[in-house]
Design a binder for this molecule. Structure first.
Ligand SMILES: [Fe+2]
Length: 216
């Protein structure tokens, strides 16, 4: 049997962010590492069921439970990598440059950058445990903002996450009160690495207005 692929936690150099303490980050990196470990563990356990080339009927309940948990652990790992990867220390801006591709796509997709931002921030303020994510449709380049419950409910298959914001309480509870999520969101914007966001966009694409699925 081929050796199983295991993931290693990535390292992010983010100490000294604006409005998000090092203490929060250290705790958050540990949580992220837990998702990496659990993804590897589940992969291993599921592979053990398959060692004899089949899943027996009596193995089905345990196999199913582990397989269902994969969506939670895998997305928990990957989304944290996108989240840490779209922040940088030393940022002095909160918004993308006026001539950036992101801004231009936001304008084409929402009418204006401000409307895109109002939508993204509002998604982030939604009650519940999850994420606000701006995705790009790889077919027509359009940007759209989505609420993701936990880590795995609401992701759009095939869409590319370009800006990912963790709004689980663990992302800000050491720095802000539970009701102060808007302050955390403001802090998040002051740390965004817009170059990293730009790098996730399909190159050279222009958004077409999403008209009843035309062109899809
Ligand atoms: Fe998190």
């Amino acid at each position: 049997m081929a050796e199983l692929k295991t993931y290693k936690p990535r390292q992010f150099d983010l100490s000294g962010l604006n409005g998000i303490s090092d203490q929060t980050l250290e705790m958050h990196f540990k949580l992220y590492e837990g998702y990496v470990t659990n993804t590897n563990t589940l992969t291993q356990k599921i592979a053990e069921f398959l060692r004899d080339g089949k899943v027996d009927q009596e193995e089905m309940p345990a196999y199913s439970e582990l397989t269902r948990r994969m969506g939670f652990e895998y997305n928990g790992m990957v989304l944290h990598e996108y989240y840490f990867g779209n922040m940088k220390k030393g940022s002095t801006t909160t918004d993308p440059e006026s001539r950036s591709q992101f801004r231009s796509l936001a304008e084409q997709s929402f009418g204006s950058y401000d409307v895109w931002k109002a939508d993204f921030v509002s998604v982030g303020k939604m009650r519940g445990v999850g994420w606000a994510i701006c995705y790009q449709d790889p077919v027509n380049q359009t940007l759209s903002n989505h609420w993701i419950t936990l880590h795995e409910v609401g992701n759009v298959a095939g869409f590319v996450p370009v800006l990912v914001m963790d709004v689980w309480e663990h992302a800000f509870l050491l720095d802000y009160k539970p009701a102060e999520r808007p302050k955390y969101i403001e802090a998040f914007f002051s740390n965004i690495d817009w170059q990293a966001v730009e790098g996730r966009l399909a190159q050279g694409g222009h958004a077409r207005p999403a008209a009843g699925g035309e062109g899809r």
